[in-house]
Design a protein around this ligand. Sequence first.
Ligand code: SF4
Length: 369
Amino acid sequence: MSKNYNGFKIDPWGSGKLEDEDYTRLIKDFGIEEISDNVKLKLFQHKFIRRKIIFGHIDLDLILKAIENNQNWAVMSGIKPSGPFHLGTLTTAMEIVDFQKLGGKAYYCIADIESWEDNGITFEEAETTAIDNLADILALGLDPSPKKAYIWRQSKEPIVKDICFRVSRLVTQNMLNAIYGERTFGLYIASLIQVGDILLPQILDGEQPTVVPVGIDQAPHLRLTRDLTQRSYKTFFRPASTYHFLLAGIDGADKMSKRNPNSYFTFNESLESIRKKVMGSLTGGRRNKAEQKELGGEPQKCMIYKMLIYFFEDDDKQISEDFQGCVKGELMCGDHKKQCADKVLSFIKKHRERKEKLIDKSKKLLHLD
Ligand code: SF4
């Protein structure tokens, strides 16, 4: 843990675009394995694996083995209640739902200690957002029944604090500085609380493989957790992880950011505003129709195409037709943007209808009713 990963722009709390070469370097330095054909075959139902949005993993074979042998396994993820659910939070949310559908018990954390330390949001202020965020993930399909899920707020869960204290005696300021750069102690503590979040499934329900789906920017947290698990909880499984590509801002900005409202949309904003943002997204289209017809577009650079493959088009055949239509110059950006906006709005409308009915359930699950 001697390298300063901050030196090349990996920051779990911050900004900074990752270039292709950063991915290559991070994959090597963090020991991330490529998704093998075996994994692809066994997890074919998982859309993000099939579509190569998840590009790598550590120890996913443990999960495959548990599935094969019908043994217990867990998937752990969470959300920082610092604002409404938005496009940038959708990838991990869909991943936990997909892994739960594959048979894992879902452990979902409301990271209110982190939202205090990172954003200055008090636990009380975070409650309303937490209810709203949890209703969103329930509407996305998370099954909250006790056999299939465990949901907690960090500030109210003694287990995660106990783990934080237990592992802390093995952690020096130098170690944290090497992993995260110089930060407030609050953020260091939040990262040790997160070790607690990731180990909670094994404390609560016994030793079992646990997968944590994350973006590459969260790799330092996973490295710290694996290291501390090995040293503090010797019989536990070291957490497995999957890594997805981070989605850039839809307007072409390096990253989705609250400072740039056109780079993303929340699930709570007006339909009109969402449509406007989708229609204003960066495409991989040419300067005009004639050039598009002659040269074809570049879907790999296009945020419309990316939004569809990540979230809003379930039909693999349609995705492939869009790709072909684009590169052959048969599909025009104006038409495609409109089709995409219609799909996004239809998704959001149905989502809101489901979510509305789940607010009371969310309050109950968080003990805030
Ligand atoms: S045709 Fe569609 S996929 Fe191709 S660049 Fe335009 S918007 Fe993107």
